[in-house]
Design a protein around this ligand. Structure first.
Ligand code: IVH
Length: 692
């Protein structure tokens, strides 16, 4: 009857089933109003309980909390497969050789056809469909007897409660329940939040397989429904009644998988029919390349002789079929023990905790260190010295500690990781205090220029164009200078000799000479540049200029209180504290004094109110200079800054008022004009003399 509740219920179930398949299996949703249909169906079923069936979509997340799982005798035993551990092509070739031998094939017989599939890393289940309706789902158990997990399996939306089309009287579908990696991450995040909220009995899971196993054996279906599981079908158990259908029984395994897919079951697309051992090896390689980009874990691939006639001929040895094999990949996860947690100091002073591991072979290499990223991460994962942990190395990514195997934690438990306690508050390299600013994840060494671990970075910054501007002192040279111990601390830069430099790899006499000159030229700088060069955290170029303008001199800055600092343009509490921290360390003051003693010099910019000593400090006061051509060691801006720093003025054109024209290479009309007007012309070296 078209308008009867029976009719509408059937219609709604068909709609819901079709769209659930589109959404969950084909990943191609077509509608967004399935929820309304669901509510309508629920309402009709409430009014007419006799119309509710076990395969209704409303029956997915119902059920009561169980006391335990009921044993289920499997109609056809659930076997396991032999594992081929030789992860090279040989593993594939030897399987083909063995099959041919068993079948008494000679070299002239044709290549054998195989069905190749992924080996999913989850748990095997048997889904029993009777006349197309899901009646029971069971775990593998010991292969003979499993456990009834129907209630939990029904929460997996990918698994149809009713098969599409005309199904045989009995169809047992076998496949793997697994958890996608992104679902696993989300679940663990939720678990962490619960633990943080004080739900102490909750725990995080070490890997997706572990989480899937926990979810499948969850006695409370409401909790199981919150654990996002997925499913792929890969075979069958008991099948009967196919002869009553108008299609023949599939003659091969791959055709059976196609049939399962047509019934609405999820079957992975990365399956392939290949010929012979070479075909198997080719598939093994193909999947290996895709492995780390798959949304779920696999630990290998599975090869199955495709034709059922040949499978029957081959039969079984003990509890394993002769016609199938699992061909592994190098494990991406292994268990090992944390021997120690060390802290490494990076080039920017960042302190990174690193787990020192009992060496373990994983992902194709031996791993003995794994970064814990930062203190929060180490605490979040709760990794402690002596813990047994799972280490993962997938593809080319850096090895990481996935999680702790808490069952194996020593009793009494070791202390939780604490950066300050571990380091006694000091940088492990230079013993400067360590700090961590609010809202930042990293602890840092405050040693800056003084810290050997930060020396390369500090030297590179010190010499950079906008700082001391040592022309030609780049990355490679900095590495060489520090590695050869020619520079142990920044002031050593001004002690370098041409002879020492010439000793370095790929350093000719001329380059060494140029570098020595560039270093010498950098001695004369401005206070702002010098401040910036010191690499004080949060003191960038602009702040350095503001500070220089405000305080005028190093001693002025050193005497400044926190309040004085806060007066400066753009200086807030973070910058002020960083400055106080820097200036409060004796070794920083020593470095500055040493640099000054080595001739690093900048004109003190006298505050306007006190311009008395200015003639002493500003030898170019009132002088007008014009720059022309390319100077050998300084850019124009550079020269201009130096001149202005000493009170001079730089103009763009030459006149009788011009005191000096500084001429470099390729000087043009300005030089001619200077000569015509009788203005004094000097070169860079003479300018430097003036500046000193
Ligand atoms: S076939 C008779 N195919 O690996 C053959 N198993 O020991 C039965 N597995 O516990 C297994 N992916 O859960 C087969 N594509 C696949 C598989 C697969 C994963 C699991 C299965 C079983 C174990 C084999």
């Amino acid at each position: 009857m078209p308008n009867s509740p029976q009719h509408r219920v059937a219609e709604l179930r068909d709609l819901l089933q079709k769209h659930a398949h589109l959404y969950y299996v084909l990943d191609a949703p077509q509608v967004s109003d399935a929820h309304q249909w669901f509510q309508e169906l629920q309402a009709i079923e409430d009014q007419h309980p006799e119309l509710c069936t076990i395969d209704s979509p409303t029956q997915r997340i119902l059920g009561k909390v169980l006391d335990g799982f009921t044993p289920v005798q499997h109609a056809v035993p659930m076997l396991s497969i032999r594992t081929e551990t030789d992860i090279t092509d040989e593993g594939a070739l030897s399987f083909d050789t063995r099959i041919r031998k068993e079948l008494q094939y000679n070299p002239l017989d044709p290549a054998i056809e195989y069905s190749c599939e992924l080996k999913f890393d989850g748990l095997a289940v048997n889904l029993r469909y009777e006349n197309g309706t899901l009646k029971q789902a069971a775990t593998r158990g010991d292969g003979q007897v499993g456990e009834d997990v129907t209630q939990n399996i029904k929460t997996i939306h990918q698994i149809p409660l009713r098969l599409m089309g005309k199904a045989p009287a009995i169809l047992e579908v076998r496949g793997e329940v697994y958890m996608r990696r992104d679902d696993f991450e989300k679940l663990n995040e939720t678990q962490r939040q619960r633990i943080a909220q004080g739900m102490r009995h909750e725990k995080t899971f070490v890997n997706p397989r572990n989480a899937a196993a926990g979810a499948l054996r969850q006695l409370d279906p409401a909790i199981a429904a919150q654990r996002p599981l997925s499913f792929y079908a890969y075979g069958t158990g008991e099948v009967s009644g196919w002869a009553d259908l108008d299609v023949p029984t599939p003659p091969t395994h791959s055709q059976m998988l196609d049939a399962l897919q047509a019934y609405g079951l999820p079957v992975n697309r990365l399956r392939k029919v290949v010929m012979g051992g070479q075909g198997l090896a080719g598939y093994h390689h193909e999947i290996e390349h895709l492995r780390s980009s798959l949304p779920f874990d696999i630990d290998g691939v599975v090869y199955k002789v495709n034709a059922y006639t040949l499978q029957n001929e081959l039969g079984f040895v003990s509890r394993e079929p002769r016609w199938a094999v699992a061909h592994k990949y190098a494990a991406q996860e292994e268990m090992t023990v944390v021997r120690d947690i060390e802290v490494q100091v990076g080039r920017t002073g960042k302190l990174t905790p690193v787990a020192k591991l009992e060496p373990v072979f994983v992902g194709g290499t031996t791993v003995s260190n794994a970064t814990l990223h930062n203190e929060d991460e180490a605490r979040r994962k709760d990794i402690r010295i002596g813990d047994t942990v799972i280490v993962r190395r997938a593809g080319d990514v850096i090895p990481e500690v996935v999680g702790v195997v808490f069952e194996r934690r020593a009793d009494p438990a070791p202390h939780a990781f604490d950066m300050v306690a571990r380091l006694s508050g000091q940088c492990p390299i230079c013993a400067s205090p360590i700090t961590r600013e609010p809202h930042e994840a990293d602890w840092r060494c405050t040693g800056g220029l003084y810290c050997p671990a930060q020396r390369k970075q500090a030297l590179l910054h010190f010499a950079s164009r906008r700082a001391m501007n040592v022309d030609g002192l780049g990355d490679k040279l900095v590495d060489q200078l520090i590695d050869a111990s020619l520079i142990r601390k920044i002031p050593d830069l001004y002690r370098l000799t041409q002879e020492q430099l010439q000793e370095l790899d790929r350093m000719g006499a001329k380059s060494a000479q140029n570098l020595v000159q560039a270093i010498a030229a950098s001695r004369h700088t401005t206070f702002a540049r010098f401040l910036f060069a010191l690499g004080i955290r949060h003191v960038g170029e602009t702040t350095a200029k503001d500070l220089a303008r405000h305080f005028g001199s190093w001693s002025g800055l050193c005497q400044a209180s926190r309040d004085d600092l806060l007066q400066v343009n753009d200086v807030g509490p973070i910058v002020a504290d960083s400055l106080l921290n820097f200036l409060g360390q004796e070794h920083h003051l020593e470095i500055v004094n040493e640099l000054k003693a080595l001739g690093v010099y900048w004109p003190e910019m006298v505050p306007l109110s006190a311009s008395l000593e200015s003639n002493m400090a500003r030898p170019l006061l009132g002088k007008i200079l014009v720059l022309t051509g390319t100077l050998p060691h300084m850019s124009r801006e550079e020269a201009q800054a130096k001149i202005e720093g000493l009170g001079g003025k730089v103009t763009g054109s030459v006149s009788r008022k011009t005191d000096y024209v500084v001429a470099g290479f390729d000087a043009g009309s300005k030089l001619e004009k200077a000569q015509a007007l009788g203005v004094k012309v000097i070169d860079e070296a003479e300018l430097l003399q003036l500046l000193s």
